[in-house]
Design a protein around this ligand. Structure first.
Ligand code: SAM
Length: 288
């Protein structure tokens, strides 16, 4: 571990826009099989991880992204037994999924074993002990290949991917979404991370176009994550079970109460409200 008090980590994900985080300590910095991975400490966000210079997860705001990506589909479904996570190497998504005791099997397909290993060593604040959950089947593989021959069908599939550059790009293609649909059990739902629509409108537009060819429900919901800069981020929601979109508030409240854990962002009211879109998002979702 090195002390680097004046070093700034810059992120240039969006054209014409620079974000910088001060690294007060760098815990780890090295190339993995896939990425240049850095884990460091920032005064505001705590422990942070970036891959190829793009922030993936931070200690202090991870709960927003992970709670919303996990609890919205699982509680909308109401009886999920098999869950598939694609990506998600930091383990934060896995942690939130493991909190649902009714889930019988969790399969996580991550392309880079090093991300998992470094998360276990340096990001315990994010993954907790989720990797020890006996329901977990951790597969180190390209998610786009795994979904071609899935060993079983899944009630909820969460695509916790990097942005559509590098190894993550295949997780945004029509072929991948078609294969994911083939992995869904009846009444199943797929969730995708689709970036910040104000900054990355094309990313959401493209996924919505592809979803529309496959699902009767192709929409997104929103959550504001401070380190995914530029406004709320969009989480794609694709299913052929329209009832998942209209679960009454009282039903969500009953399911959440039965789940028996506390959250810091998710509530059934937030769940319902997250599907309300400002006009600029509505236009992206509706664009042909
Ligand atoms: N919340 C994050 C974000 O968007 O900033 C994503 C975090 S998670 C660390 C993303 C993970 O997806 C990484 O660990 C990366 O190795 C994994 N990944 C990227 N492409 C993949 C692929 N084709 N198959 C499986 N995992 C992949």
């Amino acid at each position: 571990m090195s002390d680097t008090p004046r070093r700034w980590m810059t992120e240039r994900l969006h054209e014409g826009y620079l974000t910088a985080y001060r690294a007060d300590k760098v815990y780890y910095e090295e190339g993995t099989g896939q990425w240049n991975l850095v884990i460091y400490e920032n005064a505001r966000f705590g422990r942070m991880m970036s891959l190829d210079g793009v922030t993936q997860v931070t200690e202090h705001d991870e709960f927003i992204y992970h709670e919303m990506m996990a609890h919205v589909p699982i509680l909308a479904h109401g009886n999920a037994k098999n869950v598939l996570i694609i990506g998600g190497g930091d383990g934060g998504m896995l942690h939130q999924v493991t909190r649902h005791k009714g889930i019988e099997k969790i399969t996580m397909v991550e392309i880079d074993k090093d991300v998992v290993d470094f998360a276990k060593t340096h990001l315990g604040v994010i993954c907790r002990n989720a990797f020890d959950d006996p329901r977990l089947d951790l597969v180190i593989a390209d998610g786009s290949l795994f979904v071609k021959k899935p060993p079983l069908k899944y009630d909820v599939i969460i695509v916790d991917s990097t942005d559509p550059i590098g190894p993550g790009a295949v997780l945004f293609t029509q072929e991948f979404y078609r294969d994911v649909k083939g992995c869904l059990a009846e009444g199943g739902v797929v969730i995708t991370q689709n970036g910040v629509p104000f900054m990355q409108a094309d990313e959401l537009r493209s996924t919505m176009e592809k979803f529309r060819k496959l699902f009767t429900v192709s929409t997104c919901y929103l959550a504001t994550v401070p380190t995914y800069v530029g406004g709320p981020m969009a989480m794609g929601f694709g299913t052929n079970d329209e009832s998942l979109l209209t679960v009454p508030l009282e039903t969500l409240e009953a399911r959440f109460a039965a789940a028996g854990f506390a959250t810091k962002y998710y509530t059934p009211e937030v769940h319902k409200a997250a599907f309300a879109h400002p006009v600029y998002v509505k236009e992206i979702v509706a664009a042909a």
